[in-house]
Every structure is written in structure tokens, then in C-alpha cells.
Design a protein around this ligand. Sequence first.
Ligand SMILES: N[C@@H](CCC(=O)N[C@@H](CS)C(=O)NCC(=O)O)C(=O)O
Length: 209
Amino acid sequence: MSDSKYTLYGRAGSGSDIVRMLLEEIGAPYDFVPVGRDPAEIERYRRVSPTGKVPMLRLPQGIAMVESAAMCLHLSALHPEARLAPPAGTSEHARFLQWMVYLSANLYECALRIYYPARYSRAGESAAAGIRQQASEDFCTILSLVIPTLAPYVLGRDISAADYYLYVVGGWHEDGREPLHAKWPALAQHTRLLAARPSVRKVEADQAP
Ligand SMILES: N[C@@H](CCC(=O)N[C@@H](CS)C(=O)NCC(=O)O)C(=O)O
């Protein structure tokens, strides 16, 4: 591993997209290590990252961290010139922390219930459909609380890491973005603004099938 670069372990369409977009936005050098879904590959990956989940971010100093929101907060603090967060200690920073944790603890968690429903019941697959349906409804309820803050970004005029988080995870409803955009024009505008950013375009172009 180079000692001046970040190394991001991830998978296209997962939470690593958020971290990758922030690294692009910062302009920090990084290597991207794709982690496939093949069980043997996941088993090998577990030796590096015991949770077996992506993303994992190895810092230039060699320390590896998990949890996408923690990575976003760390990168925002370490690269203030990228203005991905308001100054620490301000009321705006408190709002930033609130939305970062809200999106991670609620929306991301809810998406996992949509995509891995059998894990959430001892009944396994036989309970999956009901869990997925409930999670899809919960996803909209959780998202609905963010919509009134969009003006056009989560914190108002200034973009922050929370917007990349919302952009990526907000697209994970099983019905896609369209129905959510029809219901919430502010979310549609937010998506358009984020999708036009060079950092987002680069990550999405690199990952296009
Ligand atoms: N709370 C973790 C969630 C990580 C997570 O569950 N990642 C998913 C991809 S979006 C994953 O690796 N899933 C594979 C699995 O659970 O087997 C985070 O925010 O980083």
C-alpha cells in the first residue's frame, strides 16, 4: 500500500460510492479496490475487513475504518478546504452531524432491510416479502423528514457531505428514483444538482457497466 494514498474497498452501487465521490471532490489520491459478491472473494475480504461489508477505507497512515458516515465525517474534517462540512462547533455543524447520522442510522439501515430482508427474521426467506414491503414504506417515511430541509441542499445554500450521502442512499428505493421525484420535486432538483457535479459524474462514468 502506498503511504500517501487512501485505499477504498467497495462495490459500484454501494455505500462506497459516497466515499468515492467525496475523495473525488477533495481531489485526494486513492486506489479503489473492487470487492465482488462471490462468496470466496468475500471470505478473502473478511481477512482484511472482518465485517465483510463495504465500504472500508484505509487511511494514508495505514489505519482502516468501516462505517460510511464515519468516513465522510473524517474526510470532511481532514480536508476543510473542500468545504464538505460547516466549521466544527457551529450550529450549522450540529445540523450537519444530525443529518449525517440520521441518513446513516435510518435511511441506509432501511435500505439494507429492503435488499437483505431474510436476515431480519429467524423465519428467513419465508418472512422476506413482508419485511421488504415494510422497509419500502419506512424508506419513504424516513426520507420525507429530510425533504423540508432541502433548499436546495440539506443545509441550505451550501453543499456538504450530507448531500452526497442523500444522493446515493436516496436512490436505493426498490422502485427507483422516479416515484420519489414525482412526489417530491425538491428531491428531484437535489438529484439533478448532485448528478451534474464533476465528482459524481466521474464516479458514475467509471462504474458504468
Ligand atoms: N453501516 C455500514 C453498512 C455497510 C453495508 O451494509 N454495506 C453493504 C453494501 S451497501 C454490504 O456490504 N452488504 C453486503 C452484505 O451485507 O453482505 C456503512 O454505513 O458502511
